[in-house]
Ligand binder design. Structure first.
Ligand code: GLY
Ligand code: MN
Ligand code: MN
Length: 405
Protein backbone atom coordinates (compact mmCIF):
# COMPACT_ATOMS: atom_id res chain seq x y z
CA UNK A 1 0.00 0.00 0.00
CA UNK A 2 1.37 3.41 -0.94
CA UNK A 3 0.77 6.22 1.51
CA UNK A 4 1.74 9.79 1.88
CA UNK A 5 2.95 11.48 -1.27
CA UNK A 6 5.04 13.93 0.75
CA UNK A 7 2.57 14.34 3.62
CA UNK A 8 3.59 12.73 6.93
CA UNK A 9 1.43 9.93 8.30
CA UNK A 10 0.85 11.98 11.47
CA UNK A 11 -0.91 14.63 9.40
CA UNK A 12 -3.40 12.12 8.03
CA UNK A 13 -4.04 10.90 11.59
CA UNK A 14 -4.60 14.50 12.72
CA UNK A 15 -7.09 15.07 9.90
CA UNK A 16 -9.10 12.05 11.01
CA UNK A 17 -8.98 13.23 14.62
CA UNK A 18 -10.38 16.57 13.51
CA UNK A 19 -13.25 14.80 11.79
CA UNK A 20 -13.91 12.79 14.96
CA UNK A 21 -14.05 15.98 17.04
CA UNK A 22 -16.26 17.76 14.51
CA UNK A 23 -18.75 14.89 14.32
CA UNK A 24 -19.70 15.11 18.00
CA UNK A 25 -21.75 12.00 18.72
CA UNK A 26 -22.59 11.24 15.07
CA UNK A 27 -21.35 8.29 13.06
CA UNK A 28 -19.63 9.16 9.75
CA UNK A 29 -18.51 7.18 6.75
CA UNK A 30 -16.08 8.04 3.93
CA UNK A 31 -15.83 5.62 1.03
CA UNK A 32 -12.92 5.19 -1.35
CA UNK A 33 -15.17 4.21 -4.24
CA UNK A 34 -14.97 1.36 -6.68
CA UNK A 35 -12.39 0.42 -9.22
CA UNK A 36 -12.36 1.04 -12.94
CA UNK A 37 -11.99 -2.12 -14.98
CA UNK A 38 -8.34 -3.14 -15.47
CA UNK A 39 -6.56 -1.70 -18.53
CA UNK A 40 -8.87 1.28 -18.81
CA UNK A 41 -6.62 3.57 -16.83
CA UNK A 42 -5.52 3.84 -13.26
CA UNK A 43 -8.08 3.60 -10.50
CA UNK A 44 -8.41 6.80 -8.51
CA UNK A 45 -9.87 7.06 -5.03
CA UNK A 46 -12.57 9.41 -3.85
CA UNK A 47 -10.47 12.46 -2.97
CA UNK A 48 -11.98 12.91 0.49
CA UNK A 49 -10.94 9.34 1.30
CA UNK A 50 -7.48 10.10 -0.07
CA UNK A 51 -7.25 13.34 1.95
CA UNK A 52 -7.99 11.40 5.14
CA UNK A 53 -5.74 8.41 4.50
CA UNK A 54 -3.16 9.10 1.78
CA UNK A 55 -4.22 5.73 0.34
CA UNK A 56 -4.74 5.65 -3.40
CA UNK A 57 -4.67 1.93 -4.22
CA UNK A 58 -7.46 0.30 -2.19
CA UNK A 59 -10.67 0.28 -4.22
CA UNK A 60 -13.70 -0.48 -2.09
CA UNK A 61 -12.11 0.74 1.16
CA UNK A 62 -13.95 2.86 3.74
CA UNK A 63 -13.37 4.78 6.96
CA UNK A 64 -16.02 4.41 9.66
CA UNK A 65 -16.01 7.18 12.27
CA UNK A 66 -17.71 6.44 15.59
CA UNK A 67 -16.49 9.21 17.91
CA UNK A 68 -18.35 7.87 20.97
CA UNK A 69 -17.11 4.27 20.70
CA UNK A 70 -16.21 3.06 24.18
CA UNK A 71 -12.90 1.63 22.96
CA UNK A 72 -10.82 4.59 21.66
CA UNK A 73 -9.15 2.28 19.17
CA UNK A 74 -12.51 1.72 17.49
CA UNK A 75 -13.41 5.37 16.97
CA UNK A 76 -11.86 5.35 13.55
CA UNK A 77 -11.85 2.08 11.60
CA UNK A 78 -10.29 1.36 8.21
CA UNK A 79 -12.23 -1.24 6.24
CA UNK A 80 -10.50 -2.93 3.32
CA UNK A 81 -11.82 -5.29 0.68
CA UNK A 82 -10.89 -8.94 1.27
CA UNK A 83 -7.75 -10.14 -0.46
CA UNK A 84 -8.30 -11.81 -3.82
CA UNK A 85 -5.00 -13.42 -4.84
CA UNK A 86 -6.19 -14.31 -8.35
CA UNK A 87 -7.31 -10.76 -9.07
CA UNK A 88 -4.20 -9.29 -7.44
CA UNK A 89 -1.97 -11.36 -9.68
CA UNK A 90 -3.31 -9.06 -12.42
CA UNK A 91 -3.93 -5.77 -10.67
CA UNK A 92 -1.25 -5.56 -8.00
CA UNK A 93 -0.41 -7.32 -4.76
CA UNK A 94 -2.15 -6.16 -1.59
CA UNK A 95 -1.29 -6.38 2.09
CA UNK A 96 -2.61 -8.75 4.71
CA UNK A 97 -4.04 -7.11 7.80
CA UNK A 98 -1.19 -6.98 10.30
CA UNK A 99 0.38 -4.77 12.93
CA UNK A 100 2.68 -3.56 10.19
CA UNK A 101 -0.28 -2.44 8.09
CA UNK A 102 -1.84 -0.68 11.08
CA UNK A 103 1.41 1.16 11.67
CA UNK A 104 1.72 2.06 8.00
CA UNK A 105 -1.83 3.44 7.82
CA UNK A 106 -2.02 4.96 11.32
CA UNK A 107 -5.31 3.13 11.99
CA UNK A 108 -5.47 1.13 15.20
CA UNK A 109 -8.37 -0.89 13.84
CA UNK A 110 -8.27 -2.35 10.34
CA UNK A 111 -10.97 -4.82 9.31
CA UNK A 112 -12.29 -6.34 6.13
CA UNK A 113 -15.14 -4.51 4.42
CA UNK A 114 -17.54 -7.39 5.09
CA UNK A 115 -17.86 -6.04 8.65
CA UNK A 116 -19.16 -2.65 7.51
CA UNK A 117 -22.89 -3.49 7.43
CA UNK A 118 -22.88 -4.81 10.99
CA UNK A 119 -20.60 -2.10 12.42
CA UNK A 120 -22.52 0.73 10.78
CA UNK A 121 -25.91 -0.58 11.86
CA UNK A 122 -24.82 -1.17 15.46
CA UNK A 123 -23.13 2.24 15.71
CA UNK A 124 -26.11 4.04 14.15
CA UNK A 125 -28.51 2.38 16.59
CA UNK A 126 -26.37 3.32 19.57
CA UNK A 127 -25.59 6.92 18.61
CA UNK A 128 -28.92 7.66 16.91
CA UNK A 129 -27.24 10.02 14.45
CA UNK A 130 -25.36 9.47 11.22
CA UNK A 131 -23.66 12.35 9.40
CA UNK A 132 -23.19 12.70 5.63
CA UNK A 133 -19.58 13.68 4.86
CA UNK A 134 -19.57 13.17 1.10
CA UNK A 135 -20.94 16.06 -0.93
CA UNK A 136 -24.57 15.60 -1.94
CA UNK A 137 -25.10 14.91 -5.62
CA UNK A 138 -27.59 16.58 -7.92
CA UNK A 139 -30.68 14.57 -8.77
CA UNK A 140 -29.80 12.99 -12.11
CA UNK A 141 -26.68 11.48 -10.50
CA UNK A 142 -26.47 8.59 -8.06
CA UNK A 143 -27.19 9.45 -4.42
CA UNK A 144 -23.96 10.25 -2.57
CA UNK A 145 -22.50 6.95 -1.34
CA UNK A 146 -22.74 7.51 2.43
CA UNK A 147 -26.32 8.78 2.19
CA UNK A 148 -27.24 5.72 0.11
CA UNK A 149 -25.93 3.39 2.83
CA UNK A 150 -27.42 5.45 5.67
CA UNK A 151 -30.84 5.24 4.01
CA UNK A 152 -30.59 1.47 3.94
CA UNK A 153 -29.69 1.45 7.64
CA UNK A 154 -32.56 3.80 8.50
CA UNK A 155 -34.99 1.62 6.58
CA UNK A 156 -34.09 -1.29 8.82
CA UNK A 157 -34.28 0.49 12.14
CA UNK A 158 -36.07 3.42 13.79
CA UNK A 159 -34.98 6.57 15.56
CA UNK A 160 -31.79 7.23 13.58
CA UNK A 161 -31.43 10.75 12.18
CA UNK A 162 -29.35 11.57 9.11
CA UNK A 163 -27.58 14.90 9.29
CA UNK A 164 -25.78 17.07 6.77
CA UNK A 165 -22.06 17.50 7.47
CA UNK A 166 -21.22 17.57 3.78
CA UNK A 167 -19.22 20.80 3.98
CA UNK A 168 -16.80 19.67 6.71
CA UNK A 169 -14.19 18.03 4.47
CA UNK A 170 -14.36 20.85 1.91
CA UNK A 171 -13.64 23.34 4.68
CA UNK A 172 -10.70 21.26 5.92
CA UNK A 173 -9.26 20.59 2.46
CA UNK A 174 -9.46 24.23 1.43
CA UNK A 175 -7.03 25.41 4.14
CA UNK A 176 -3.61 24.07 3.22
CA UNK A 177 -1.14 22.97 5.87
CA UNK A 178 2.56 23.78 5.69
CA UNK A 179 3.24 20.34 4.28
CA UNK A 180 0.53 20.69 1.64
CA UNK A 181 1.89 24.08 0.59
CA UNK A 182 5.37 22.59 0.31
CA UNK A 183 4.06 19.84 -1.99
CA UNK A 184 2.10 22.41 -4.02
CA UNK A 185 5.23 24.51 -4.38
CA UNK A 186 7.01 21.44 -5.76
CA UNK A 187 4.14 21.03 -8.24
CA UNK A 188 4.54 24.67 -9.26
CA UNK A 189 8.31 24.29 -9.63
CA UNK A 190 7.86 21.25 -11.86
CA UNK A 191 5.25 23.19 -13.85
CA UNK A 192 7.80 25.97 -14.37
CA UNK A 193 10.14 23.41 -15.91
CA UNK A 194 7.35 22.36 -18.28
CA UNK A 195 6.57 25.90 -19.41
CA UNK A 196 10.30 26.57 -19.81
CA UNK A 197 10.50 23.56 -22.11
CA UNK A 198 7.51 24.82 -24.12
CA UNK A 199 9.12 28.20 -24.70
CA UNK A 200 12.18 26.43 -26.11
CA UNK A 201 10.26 24.38 -28.68
CA UNK A 202 7.44 26.65 -29.86
CA UNK A 203 7.98 27.73 -33.48
CA UNK A 204 5.86 27.80 -36.64
CA UNK A 205 4.95 24.30 -37.80
CA UNK A 206 5.39 22.47 -34.51
CA UNK A 207 2.22 20.60 -33.54
CA UNK A 208 0.27 21.25 -30.39
CA UNK A 209 0.99 17.61 -29.49
CA UNK A 210 4.75 18.19 -29.65
CA UNK A 211 4.37 21.24 -27.44
CA UNK A 212 2.33 19.12 -25.02
CA UNK A 213 5.10 16.50 -25.01
CA UNK A 214 7.68 19.17 -24.24
CA UNK A 215 5.58 20.57 -21.40
CA UNK A 216 4.93 17.18 -19.85
CA UNK A 217 8.56 16.14 -20.36
CA UNK A 218 9.56 19.26 -18.43
CA UNK A 219 7.14 18.30 -15.66
CA UNK A 220 8.82 14.89 -15.39
CA UNK A 221 12.31 16.40 -15.35
CA UNK A 222 11.09 18.70 -12.58
CA UNK A 223 10.13 15.70 -10.44
CA UNK A 224 6.41 15.55 -11.18
CA UNK A 225 4.41 12.33 -11.15
CA UNK A 226 2.64 13.53 -14.29
CA UNK A 227 0.17 16.16 -15.41
CA UNK A 228 -2.52 16.97 -12.86
CA UNK A 229 -5.21 17.17 -15.55
CA UNK A 230 -5.49 16.98 -19.34
CA UNK A 231 -2.98 19.48 -20.68
CA UNK A 232 -4.55 22.06 -22.99
CA UNK A 233 -2.40 23.26 -25.89
CA UNK A 234 -4.55 25.31 -28.25
CA UNK A 235 -3.17 27.46 -31.04
CA UNK A 236 -5.08 30.01 -33.10
CA UNK A 237 -8.83 29.33 -32.96
CA UNK A 238 -8.22 26.35 -30.66
CA UNK A 239 -6.98 28.82 -28.04
CA UNK A 240 -10.60 30.03 -27.84
CA UNK A 241 -11.83 26.56 -26.76
CA UNK A 242 -11.67 26.70 -22.99
CA UNK A 243 -11.14 23.00 -22.33
CA UNK A 244 -9.61 22.12 -25.73
CA UNK A 245 -8.37 18.54 -25.67
CA UNK A 246 -7.32 17.47 -29.18
CA UNK A 247 -3.88 19.12 -29.11
CA UNK A 248 -3.42 17.88 -32.68
CA UNK A 249 -3.03 20.94 -34.93
CA UNK A 250 0.13 22.61 -36.19
CA UNK A 251 0.96 25.94 -34.54
CA UNK A 252 0.99 28.53 -37.31
CA UNK A 253 3.14 31.59 -37.74
CA UNK A 254 1.31 34.65 -36.44
CA UNK A 255 -0.97 32.69 -34.08
CA UNK A 256 -1.00 32.62 -30.32
CA UNK A 257 -0.83 29.32 -28.44
CA UNK A 258 -2.61 28.92 -25.10
CA UNK A 259 -1.03 26.35 -22.78
CA UNK A 260 -3.05 25.41 -19.71
CA UNK A 261 -1.22 22.65 -17.85
CA UNK A 262 -0.11 21.79 -14.35
CA UNK A 263 2.26 19.26 -12.88
CA UNK A 264 1.09 16.88 -10.18
CA UNK A 265 3.47 16.15 -7.34
CA UNK A 266 2.23 13.78 -4.66
CA UNK A 267 -1.48 14.27 -4.43
CA UNK A 268 -1.50 17.94 -5.44
CA UNK A 269 -1.65 19.72 -8.77
CA UNK A 270 -0.68 23.12 -10.08
CA UNK A 271 -2.92 24.83 -12.66
CA UNK A 272 -1.09 27.31 -14.86
CA UNK A 273 -1.89 29.03 -18.15
CA UNK A 274 0.45 31.01 -20.33
CA UNK A 275 -0.15 32.34 -23.84
CA UNK A 276 2.76 32.57 -26.27
CA UNK A 277 3.19 33.97 -29.79
CA UNK A 278 4.12 31.11 -32.13
CA UNK A 279 6.52 33.40 -34.01
CA UNK A 280 8.20 34.57 -30.81
CA UNK A 281 6.75 38.10 -31.16
CA UNK A 282 3.24 39.37 -30.38
CA UNK A 283 1.49 41.32 -33.15
CA UNK A 284 0.20 44.79 -32.12
CA UNK A 285 -3.37 43.45 -31.82
CA UNK A 286 -2.25 40.41 -29.78
CA UNK A 287 -0.18 42.72 -27.61
CA UNK A 288 -3.22 44.88 -26.96
CA UNK A 289 -5.47 41.99 -25.91
CA UNK A 290 -2.66 40.32 -23.94
CA UNK A 291 -1.95 43.53 -22.02
CA UNK A 292 -5.61 43.86 -21.03
CA UNK A 293 -5.68 40.28 -19.73
CA UNK A 294 -2.41 40.77 -17.86
CA UNK A 295 -3.74 43.93 -16.21
CA UNK A 296 -6.93 42.07 -15.29
CA UNK A 297 -4.82 39.31 -13.73
CA UNK A 298 -2.84 41.83 -11.67
CA UNK A 299 -5.98 43.61 -10.47
CA UNK A 300 -7.70 40.35 -9.52
CA UNK A 301 -4.62 39.02 -7.72
CA UNK A 302 -4.45 42.26 -5.75
CA UNK A 303 -8.07 41.78 -4.70
CA UNK A 304 -7.34 38.35 -3.15
CA UNK A 305 -7.39 38.49 0.65
CA UNK A 306 -9.15 36.85 3.58
CA UNK A 307 -12.79 37.81 3.90
CA UNK A 308 -13.56 38.46 0.23
CA UNK A 309 -15.51 36.22 -2.14
CA UNK A 310 -14.34 35.10 -5.58
CA UNK A 311 -16.89 37.52 -7.02
CA UNK A 312 -14.91 40.34 -5.36
CA UNK A 313 -11.74 38.97 -6.98
CA UNK A 314 -13.47 38.83 -10.36
CA UNK A 315 -14.98 42.33 -10.26
CA UNK A 316 -11.83 44.42 -10.94
CA UNK A 317 -10.67 42.01 -13.67
CA UNK A 318 -14.04 42.11 -15.39
CA UNK A 319 -14.13 45.91 -15.12
CA UNK A 320 -10.77 46.18 -16.92
CA UNK A 321 -11.78 43.72 -19.62
CA UNK A 322 -15.17 45.38 -20.13
CA UNK A 323 -13.63 48.85 -20.29
CA UNK A 324 -11.30 47.62 -23.03
CA UNK A 325 -14.36 46.45 -24.98
CA UNK A 326 -13.83 42.72 -24.52
CA UNK A 327 -16.54 42.06 -21.92
CA UNK A 328 -18.39 39.62 -24.16
CA UNK A 329 -15.21 37.63 -24.73
CA UNK A 330 -14.55 36.71 -21.07
CA UNK A 331 -17.13 33.93 -20.62
CA UNK A 332 -15.82 32.14 -17.52
CA UNK A 333 -15.29 32.81 -13.84
CA UNK A 334 -12.08 34.29 -12.49
CA UNK A 335 -10.88 31.14 -10.76
CA UNK A 336 -11.41 28.30 -8.35
CA UNK A 337 -9.97 26.47 -5.38
CA UNK A 338 -6.89 24.37 -6.14
CA UNK A 339 -5.35 21.43 -4.32
CA UNK A 340 -5.77 17.69 -4.63
CA UNK A 341 -8.17 18.28 -7.53
CA UNK A 342 -7.60 20.90 -10.19
CA UNK A 343 -11.09 22.23 -9.56
CA UNK A 344 -10.87 21.53 -5.88
CA UNK A 345 -13.73 21.31 -3.42
CA UNK A 346 -15.26 24.72 -2.73
CA UNK A 347 -16.28 25.55 0.80
CA UNK A 348 -19.08 28.02 1.46
CA UNK A 349 -18.17 31.51 2.54
CA UNK A 350 -15.36 33.94 1.85
CA UNK A 351 -11.69 33.27 1.22
CA UNK A 352 -9.55 32.44 4.23
CA UNK A 353 -5.81 32.54 4.82
CA UNK A 354 -4.25 29.25 3.77
CA UNK A 355 -6.47 28.68 0.73
CA UNK A 356 -4.96 28.42 -2.74
CA UNK A 357 -7.07 29.69 -5.63
CA UNK A 358 -6.43 30.21 -9.30
CA UNK A 359 -6.77 33.62 -10.92
CA UNK A 360 -7.31 33.19 -14.65
CA UNK A 361 -8.83 35.95 -16.73
CA UNK A 362 -9.09 35.36 -20.46
CA UNK A 363 -10.30 36.97 -23.67
CA UNK A 364 -11.32 34.72 -26.57
CA UNK A 365 -12.24 36.32 -29.92
CA UNK A 366 -13.18 33.48 -32.25
CA UNK A 367 -13.64 35.78 -35.28
CA UNK A 368 -9.99 36.75 -34.95
CA UNK A 369 -8.82 33.24 -33.97
CA UNK A 370 -7.24 34.89 -30.97
CA UNK A 371 -7.41 33.48 -27.44
CA UNK A 372 -5.49 34.75 -24.43
CA UNK A 373 -5.63 33.29 -20.94
CA UNK A 374 -3.12 33.86 -18.18
CA UNK A 375 -3.53 31.82 -15.00
CA UNK A 376 -1.65 32.01 -11.73
CA UNK A 377 -2.02 30.01 -8.53
CA UNK A 378 -2.46 32.36 -5.60
CA UNK A 379 -2.06 31.65 -1.90
CA UNK A 380 -4.38 33.63 0.37
CA UNK A 381 -2.23 35.07 3.15
CA UNK A 382 -3.35 37.31 6.04
CA UNK A 383 -1.78 40.21 4.12
CA UNK A 384 -3.33 39.40 0.74
CA UNK A 385 -2.77 37.17 -2.27
CA UNK A 386 0.69 35.81 -3.04
CA UNK A 387 1.18 34.33 -6.49
CA UNK A 388 2.99 30.99 -6.36
CA UNK A 389 3.55 30.94 -10.12
CA UNK A 390 5.38 34.23 -10.65
CA UNK A 391 8.55 32.39 -11.68
CA UNK A 392 6.81 31.38 -14.92
CA UNK A 393 7.30 34.47 -17.12
CA UNK A 394 4.19 36.28 -18.29
CA UNK A 395 5.32 39.82 -19.16
CA UNK A 396 5.49 40.43 -22.90
CA UNK A 397 9.15 41.49 -22.82
CA UNK A 398 10.14 38.45 -20.71
CA UNK A 399 8.28 36.03 -22.98
CA UNK A 400 9.74 37.52 -26.16
CA UNK A 401 13.23 37.52 -24.65
CA UNK A 402 12.90 33.87 -23.55
CA UNK A 403 11.63 32.86 -27.00
CA UNK A 404 14.52 34.63 -28.75
CA UNK A 405 17.05 32.46 -26.91
N1 GLY B 1 -7.24 23.84 -16.29
C1 GLY B 1 -8.61 24.12 -16.11
C2 GLY B 1 -8.80 25.41 -15.47
O1 GLY B 1 -7.97 26.26 -15.56
O2 GLY B 1 -9.76 25.64 -14.81
MN1 MN C 1 -6.01 25.92 -15.97
MN1 MN D 1 -7.93 26.85 -13.47
Amino acid sequence: MNIGDGIALAEFVQRRERVLRALGPSVGLVLAGDGAPPLSGRWLPDWNFYYLTGIRDEAGAAILFDPRAEDPKKRCTLLLRPLNPELEEWDGLRDRISEKLKKATGFQTVLRAGSLARLLTVAARKRKRVACLHPFSTYPAEVSPDLALFRRVVERTVGVAIEDRSTLLAEMRAIKSKAELAVMQRAVNASARGFGAAVRVIRPGITERDVQRAVEGGFAEGGADGPGYNSIVGSGLNGCVLHYMDNSCPCEDGDLVVIDAGARVGGYTADVTRTYPVSGRFTPEQRDVYTVVLRALAAATKAVRPGVHMSDVEAPARAIIEKAGYGDFFPHGIGHQLGIEVHDVTPDGPLKAGMVVTVEPGVYIQAKELGVRIEDDVLVTPRGGRSLTDAIPKDIADIEAAMRK
